[in-house]
Design a binder for this molecule. Structure first.
Ligand code: FAD
Length: 612
């Protein structure tokens, strides 16, 4: 995996060139590599070694305390001590000012080693990043800095038992806490009440404190909650109260653990139902959790998107790395499992020795599919992370384009790996045969862990609606047009390259098909027609994005092969074969998907409930 990571970062994306930008001027290939070395080592020693244990010994709650395996604390402490929580932050915040793409690359090791355990750090740094972008200086000092130092850990509290995809229907409410509520140094102070479901990392004692970022509505006149998402505000609700400097005051806030969710996978991180403000821990003489508003009332979801967008790319990266882990496990298994005989012109010779299953074309198909999905998914995550860097440190126009492209690609970055790298895990089990169906091999856990990714951070269906309903049509399809122009630039570059001409032609056609289907879907202007097949659209769009990235990677691999320098020939030929697999076996799938979209096929929409 490290070879592929290095190739994608340095030869394909030219990450080293970022050091010419003033923000990253103190870095070099050596500092980037040493961060990756440290991440790889901690992930191996503290995360991979605990991955099975945290799956088997899932979190327990005895009504008072949550118990986690000792290995959890060791893992999250090692991560915090490495300084990686603040990897991308400014030097003045104690950070390393690393490009996001390097931070993302470092985090791939943790996601691959133990995706559940890795989620504690992801949530904590995303929580701090949101506060650094939207909170007041005092809130940042009291909450964001301790998060970056690993003294506190973070959560994101959006979902409620009755409101998951439809966040506009949340019922958690926050009312001003006394007449002087606006004069608290930690920000406008409220009393918050409500129930938050599915909260990852919601209760534990792995750190001094937990900073919950909670979405809630501020009641209007007569105690009414505004309908829809417009009335949602964002609040900091610490598990334990702190003073203006972020020091614990010794008082517990009114946040109680109602119970744990017992999950299919991803058990390395505790998942909770939290009751806010029900009086289980009365604070300052009353019920109601003390909450500090971040930003203006009604703009909570907007601020939360800061965290959610980051989390979405990370979800895609996690899905990819779980797929990758399964790919490597099944590759190893296939090399060592003797079964069956080679097929010759005269059929099979029963007297010949058995071959390893990797010799069978069908097993190669399953391995090649996994390679194409997972290395492609990794390219997608790194490409998006590189866009984040351009957005942060590029010249104005370049930065604006990066932001726009990122908007369009985020639903794909989240969803494509969640679907196809889960399929990779499915194939990894298949390569193992019956052994893959047992708990004696790791691949079943990877599949269970990965099954979450199509569900959280906006389900697959919701991402599809976001892509077709908003991202590709917003502002007269500027984002779609920019993406198409980028794809066509890659097509033009590939056209004269030996071995890539056919791929280039196929990609040009695919982009035309996607654009035409987008137009046709919206031809009537009726969202009900247009969005009836949003998921096949997401699949087709995602496959076209991946074909584009594979072609771009293939250009780099071809150049490296011709130059004779760089990675070994087998490594590069493997990249070209995976690209070919994607073009021959995967890209052709888009036409039937897009035909449904373009024709506004009504089969699903018109299925009456009583016909089921
Ligand atoms: C392990 C785990 C960890 C999680 N961690 C967190 C966390 O840390 N913080 C947090 O806030 N939340 C968290 N979540 C919650 C997660 O984000 C929600 O489960 C998710 O948003 C879906 O909400 P729901 O479960 O209520 O399903 P629902 O919204 O009820 O959806 C059920 C199905 O209906 C579909 N559907 C719903 N609405 C529509 C629509 N309008 N159009 C088309 N289809 C629709 C969905 O796509 C889905 O297939 C976590 C969930 C899990 C399982």
């Amino acid at each position: 995996m490290r070879n592929t990571l290095n190739f994608l970062m340095y030869q394909w994306l030219g990450v080293e060139s970022l050091t010419r930008r003033s923000r990253y001027a103190e870095h070099s290939r050596e500092t980037f590599d040493s961060v990756l070395d440290i991440a790889e080592r901690i992930a191996r020693e503290r995360y991979a070694s605990a991955n099975r244990l945290v799956d088997v010994e899932e979190p327990q709650f005895d009504g008072k305390r949550v118990t986690l395996p000792e290995a959890t604390l060791k893992a999250v402490s090692a991560y915090a001590e490495s300084g990686l929580l603040a990897a991308g932050q400014d030097f003045e915040h104690g950070g390393m000012q690393l490009p996001y793409v390097v931070e993302m690359a470092a985090n791939t090791f943790f996601a691959m080693a133990s995706v559940g355990l890795s989620a504690y750090a992801m949530l904590t740094s995303a929580n701090a990043n949101l506060l650094l972008a939207h909170a007041t200086p005092r809130q940042r000092r009291a909450f964001a800095l301790p998060l970056l130092q690993g003294r506190f850990m973070g959560t994101m509290c959006l979902s409620e038992p009755q409101a998951g995809s439809s966040l506009g229907d949340i019922l958690t409410r926050a009312s001003p806490d006394g007449e002087d509520f606006e004069s608290d140094p930690l920000g406008p102070r409220y009393r918050l009440r409500g129930n938050k479901m599915w909260i990852s990392g919601g209760e534990h004692e792995l750190a001094e404190n937990i900073v919950h970022l909670v979405l809630a509505k501020i009641p209007g006149p007569g105690g009414k909650l505004a309908p829809g998402v417009k009335g949602i505000s964002l609040f900091i609700v610490p598990r334990l109260l702190v003073d203006a400097e972020g020091r614990l005051t010794g008082q517990r806030n009114d946040v109680a653990l109602a119970g744990l969710n017992h999950k299919l996978g991803y058990r390395g991180i505790v998942n909770t139902l939290l009751n806010f403000g029900e009086g289980s821990f009365p604070v300052r003489d009353g019920a109601g959790a003390i909450a500090y508003r971040v930003g203006n009332p009604g703009q909570g979801l907007q601020a939360m998107f800061h965290m959610m967008n980051e989390a979405r790319i990370n979800v895609g990266m996690g899905a990819t790395m779980l797929g990758y882990a399964g790919y490597l496990a099944s590759l190893d298994y296939a090399r060592n499992r003797p079964q069956g005989r080679a097929m010759g012109l005269a059929g099979k010779d029963a007297a010949a020795p058995q071959v390893s299953i990797i010799q069978h074309a069908d097993v190669k198909r399953m391995l090649l599919a996994q390679k194409a999905y997972c290395e492609g998914g990794l390219a997608l995550a790194l490409y998006c992370a590189r866009l984040v860097d351009t957005k942060r440190s590029g010249e104005t126009e370049e930065a604006q384009d990066a932001a726009l492209l990122l908007e369009v690609l985020t639903p794909v970055a989240k969803s494509w790996p969640s679907e196809w790298c889960l399929e990779a895990n499915n194939l990894a089990i298949q390569v193992h045969g019956g052994y893959g169906y047992t708990r004696d091999f790791a691949v079943e856990q990877y599949w269970r862990d990965n099954r979450l990714n199509m569900i959280h951070e906006g389900t697959h269906g919701i991402q599809a609606l976001d892509l077709l309903g908003r991202k590709v049509v917003a502002d007269r399809s500027r984002g779609l047009l920019l993406w198409a122009a980028r794809v066509m630039a890659t097509v033009d570059e590939a056209r004269p390259v030996d071995g890539l001409q056919q791929h280039a032609a196929a990609l040009a056609q695919a982009v035309d098909e996607v654009q035409a289907a987008t137009r046709d879907a919206w031809a009537s202007g009726n969202p009900e027609d247009a969005l009836a097949n949003a998921t096949p659209y997401l699949q087709a769009f995602g496959h076209t994005v991946l074909a584009w990235l594979w072609l771009d990677v293939a250009i780099s691999a071809t150049a490296a092969l011709a130059g004779g320098a760089g990675p070994a020939e087998d490594f590069l030929r493997g990249k070209l074969q995976a690209a070919q697999y994607f073009y021959r076996h995967e890209l052709p799938k888009i036409s039937p998907w897009l035909a449904l979209v373009a024709g506004c096929d009504a089969t699903c929409k018109e299925m009456a409930e009583q016909w089921f």
